[in-house]
Design a protein around this ligand. Structure first.
Ligand SMILES: Cc1cc2nc3c(=O)[nH]c(=O)nc-3n(C[C@H](O)[C@H](O)[C@H](O)COP(=O)(O)OP(=O)(O)OC[C@H]3O[C@@H](n4cnc5c(N)ncnc54)[C@H](O)[C@@H]3O)c2cc1C
Length: 456
């Protein structure tokens, strides 16, 4: 059991919250309405300022036997940061410094509690680029690494894992370990750093991250390509990639969903033709390069049935389109049970969407869909009414089964957290699960860090 006095002795009186009314925002995250988990009654929030304090807290957790829940920006969508058992919420918010933007090595060093917005500001001030962009800039650097966040830019630039070069981590047993460095090559021993990336807070607390950066690109330009039907839109995706253009993002959206979202936001979706859209974002080395890529994408789509293409070049116009796209999950929030995160081989996204559409019609429900179509990651929206009819789990499992049949997985970017634990063994074999449990036991012999998350 935790002792508030001992925790105050480590972090200082002001950085321990014991009053429930002051800790509400630490007890929730952005998990979808239908999956929200109840936090335990007996919880305390501590806000250490550095790895050394975190190390002392973890040693105390092992001695006194209490659970610790690392918390970043609280933007996770599968309840990973929610303290469902009595214990300590360990907020990283005071580790909030961008320590260095190193132009010579093209690297940034940031403490774990730096938000994506802060990181982007620091990097852009040096005219450099940190390419990944998961949708909520309130996410913290440590949380993005712990979840290996993805986002729309993954087609060209990959996910957060591709940018992590070094980590400082406090292990569950309290030792501080440095993994990697400002290195582009490192084959020295087993790669513990990549094990920590996407460990969802169960193998260690990330306190510092070294990210690789790139020079800023020209552009970008955003195309909204309209098709009469989804099949033509999805069929165009591999054709775009085969043309030699690798866009930063290729997103599939239903026009109806974008119009609903725009209405919800009090604005207009700028495209009126076609029912199915691809949002394609291209970047290049020069403006001419960007223009040529736009032309190629437009030609490829036209020969695959596109009925219209809008090319947005001004910052405002592009921001407007992306704002509507990134807010879509808010439109139906009250009516949503859950948004799934299945990923399939990119060329099978169309088959996956057909299967989901069939299920929607079989269960007489609507399942709105958006897809990071260029990387096969796809978010069917299950509505609350399905849950009210007691059918949400059945539909979810059928969607998962189809994804797995196509060679896919149940989560591509959001992770397992607590909400997908029930289905993890649908796509991981018994031996893999056993190895994962063994690693957890090795890192955290007393099981104090983030119980009931990521593996079971
Ligand atoms: C509007 C919206 C859009 C989103 N879009 C995307 C998207 O496009 N792509 C995508 O991948 N995700 C997306 N997300 C999900 C979310 O932003 C990411 O998962 C993000 O990486 C979570 O970071 P966080 O700091 O908020 O973590 P939290 O929610 O605080 O925590 C998430 C998990 O990470 C662990 N954790 C947090 N910090 C640390 C640390 N320092 N050390 C160890 N473990 C830690 C927690 O224990 C928890 O298990 C979106 C969320 C929202 C609300």
């Amino acid at each position: 059991m935790f002792d508030a006095a001992k925790l105050k002795a480590i972090v200082g009186e002001d950085w321990v919250v014991t009053d429930r009314s002051q800790m509400e925002r630490y007890l929730v995250d952005e998990t979808y309405t239908g999956l929200i988990m109840q936090p335990a009654d007996d919880v305390i929030v501590v806000k250490p300022v550095n790895a050394e304090e975190i190390s002392r807290i973890m040693k105390l957790a092992n001695e006194d036997g209490f659970f610790v829940y690392p918390r970043g920006g609280g933007t996770g969508v599968c309840a990973g940061a929610i303290p469902t058992r009595s214990g300590v919420v360990l907020s990283l918010e005071r580790l909030d410094k961008v320590l260095e933007v190193d132009r010579e090595n093209l690297m940034a060093v940031a403490e774990a509690g730096v938000t994506l917005a802060q990181l982007l500001e620091a990097v852009e001030a040096e005219d450099l680029l940190f390419p990944p962009h998961p949708g909520d800039e309130g996410a913290q650097v440590g949380g993005m690494v712990a979840c290996n966040a993805g986002g729309t830019r993954a087609v060209k630039y990959g996910v957060v894992r591709n940018y992590v070069k070094g980590l400082e981590v406090v292990l569950p047993t309290g030792e501080v370990v440095v993994m990697g460095g400002k290195l582009l090559k490192n084959n020295t021993g087993l790669d513990l750093m990549h094990l920590l990336i996407d460990s969802e807070g169960i193998l260690g607390i990330i306190t510092k991250v070294i990210f690789r950066l790139y020079p800023k690109f020209a552009g970008p330009a955003t195309l909204v390509v309209s098709f009469d039907d989804r099949h033509s839109a999805i069929r165009s995706v591999p054709r775009i990639l085969q043309s030699g253009v690798i866009p930063m993002a290729i997103e599939y959206v239903d026009r109806e969903l974008m119009e609903d979202t725009a209405r919800y936001l009090g604005t207009n979706w700028p495209v009126t033709k076609g029912n199915a859209h691809l949002i394609v974002i291209v970047t290049g080395t020069t403006e001419d390069d960007v223009y040529e890529q736009c032309q190629t994408v437009s030609d490829v789509c036209e020969s695959n049935g596109a009925v219209d293409t809008l090319i947005a070049e001004s910052r405002e116009e592009q921001a407007h389109i992306l704002h509507i796209r990134s807010e879509e999950s808010m439109t139906y929030k009250a009516e949503l049970a859950e948004i799934l995160d299945v990923t399939v081989p990119p060329a099978t996204v169309g088959d996956m969407m057909d299967a989901v559409e069939k299920l929607a019609s079989h269960y007489a429900t609507k399942i709105p869909m958006v897809a990071h179509a260029g990387d096969g990651n796809f978010h069917p929206h299950l509505m609350a009414e399905l849950k009210e009819r007691g059918l949400d789990k059945e539909v979810k499992r059928r969607i998962y089964a189809k994804a797995i049949e196509l060679g896919g997985v149940i989560s591509g970017e959001h992770g397992i957290g607590k909400t997908r634990l029930g289905e993890i063994d649908m796509c991981l074999d018994a031996k893999s699960l056993e190895l994962m449990r063994g690693l957890k036991q090795l890192f955290d012999p007393n099981g104090v860090l983030s119980p009931d998350s990521a593996i079971r």
